[in-house]
Design a protein around this ligand. Sequence first.
Ligand SMILES: [Zn+2]
Length: 138
Amino acid sequence: MSRIHIPESLRRLVTERANGRCEYCLLHQDDTPFTHPIDHVVALKHGGLTIAENLALACLECNLNKGTDLATFDPLTGELDRLYHPRQQSWEEHFALEGVRIVGLTMYGRATVRLLQFNTPARLAERELLRDNSRYPG
Ligand SMILES: [Zn+2]
């Protein structure tokens, strides 16, 4: 989560690069009441910079759940693992959709599914509705 000013040109680049979708849970910003915030993948307090290579489009819920965190415990192994990095890793390699449920395929994926709380009942219900209207993959 970031309260720093991000230049409009950079904000536009990040949004267009992501095709308007949250780069974590794939929710499109046209399907939410809010414009998706810009996420510092590595938060400023950890030395992350406000540059295109460190920014990702994240829906409000993913952004709030992630906060400035970089890692959490893998629910499978109990190991402390880094979160998925949308600039350096590919979504398909670390996540898969089972219906509208997002599952983590790797330690990065599992850690991110857990911390960002991808599969709460409310988020699953929202995705189901969107999928039924061809607004969400799965
Ligand atoms: Zn999201």
